[in-house]
Design a protein around this ligand. Structure first.
Ligand code: SF4
Length: 414
């Protein structure tokens, strides 16, 4: 890796980056390929050669090598939040996962919030024992649905029973817990259950057992098996009204159970919010390790006002063999996020949260007052907006207008 060469590129800041306090590690392996998924991962069914213990270990050693060299080069860490995601980190053999978490421990602060994603079918006592002997503090379970009706639509490995068993088992350990659920799974023609029924069946079970739930709208990605089934009419995607009704019912059920919607798709009981994701929505810089992982680096640049707020985004090498052979290599192209794009990203992420856009942070990074760059959008939607001394936020009840509001903000920035 040659950071000096990077800094020599025209337009790149020459100053030291802002401290990086959050780490993401990507494990691009999955047991199978879910019908809706277009994430960067490979499955054991398609490419079994990557799932030997030697390959898993070689991948983890590459991540640790990259950690050593990139944290040094960027003066990144120690990290207040670490997130191991995928793919499915829990498909790694226990001893390989143990090597990974132990190898990363020196980079964690005391009190680090350390999340690992796990799929229910790969959760067992051996895995949980290894994690409970480490600094991992939080487990995010990819549940997605607990409805027998739609389980086969998603083509996930495991079963509804496996998921319930994993949820009960993980609750015996002292981890912070979260579960991911999908809203808007397409249904076969003529099904009696509504989108809302299917969602609430899963949600009611989880709301009693988890302090944090992420409820994502399923998006139909081009080229996925699910998209093909919808295209040929075998499955029907829910209408906008059905989605809105189901989201409204979910909001009401979660509110009854003491959850607060603190981001468009995320709900937590007080004190159980995910700090790593909060840093991400607040556009704090973070380091991404592993094949396909993204890093965002921010620089103060006091000499050239045109660079204030500019960022650099690096996407890790996606060829896993190439990554393992040279994990610390700086991949190309490196994306340069200009000031205007960077500012829009700040608005887009900030308005997703109940906390809103941090106006003080934007003022210090970009040298601007948010209220003066999008005055018309703020005025037009004033009923939906809460302003306080250092933030501007959409009311959580108004998250539904987020996209329209952001389009107007973008037009105003132009
Ligand atoms: S487990 Fe997650 S990353 Fe893996 S195929 Fe399914 S949705 Fe994609």
């Amino acid at each position: 890796m040659n950071w000096a060469a990077l800094q020599d590129r025209p337009g790149f800041p020459k100053t030291e980056p802002f401290p990086i306090k959050s780490l993401y590690v990507h494990i691009p392996f999955c047991a199978g390929r879910c019908s809706y998924c277009d994430f960067f991962s490979i499955s054991a069914q398609d490419r079994p050669q990557f799932f030997s213990s030697e390959h898993e270990l070689a991948y983890v050693e590459a991540v640790l090598e990259q950690a050593r060299l990139w944290t040094e080069a960027l003066k990144a860490g120690p990290f207040a939040t670490i997130y191991i995601g995928g793919g499915t980190p829990s498909v790694l053999r226990e001893r390989v996962l143990e090597r990974l978490v132990k190898g990363l421990e020196p980079y964690a602060t005391n009190g680090c919030e350390w999340t690992i994603e796990a799929n229910p079918e790969s959760v067992d006592r051996r895995l949980l024992d290894v994690l409970s002997e480490s600094k991992v503090t939080r487990i995010s379970l990819g549940v997605q649905t607990l409805s027998h009706e739609v389980w086969s639509v998603l083509r996930r490995v495991g079963s509804v029973e496996d998921s319930k068993r994993a949820i009960e088992l993980v609750r015996e350990y002292p981890f912070e817990l979260s579960a991911d659920l999908l809203l808007g799974i397409p249904l076969p023609q003529g099904r009696a259950e509504t989108v809302e029924d299917i969602l609430l069946e899963s949600l009611a079970y989880l709301a009693e057992r988890m302090p944090h739930i992420s409820l994502y709208d399923l998006t139909l990605e081009e080229g996925t098996a699910l998209q093909r089934q919808v295209a040929c009419g075998a499955l029907i995607i829910p209408s906008a009204d059905e989605m809105a009704e189901a989201r409204g019912a979910a909001n009401a059920l979660l509110a009854e159970h003491g959850f607060r919607r603190y981001e468009v798709s995320n709900y937590a009981r007080p004190g159980h919010e995910c700090r790593h994701n909060e840093a991400y929505w607040n556009m704090e810089p973070y380091l991404g390790l592993g094949s396909g992982a993204v890093s965002t680096i921010q620089y103060p640049d006091t000499d050239r006002p045109s660079l204030l707020g500019a960022m650099i985004r690096i996407t890790g090498e996606k060829d896993i063999e190439q990554y393992v052979a040279a994990p610390a290599e700086l991949p190309t192209p490196v994306e340069y996020i200009d000031r205007k794009t960077g500012l829009f990203e700040f608005l887009m992420m900030g308005f997703r949260t109940a906390r809103g856009v941090d106006t003080r942070r934007i003022a210090s990074l970009f040298g601007i007052d948010v209220a003066q760059v999008i005055p018309n959008s703020l005025a037009r939607w004033s009923q939906e907006i809460i302003r306080s001394e250092h933030s501007i936020a959409l009311r959580p009840r108004s998250f539904d207008i987020l996209n329209r509001f952001l389009v107007e903000c973008l037009e105003e920035l132009d």
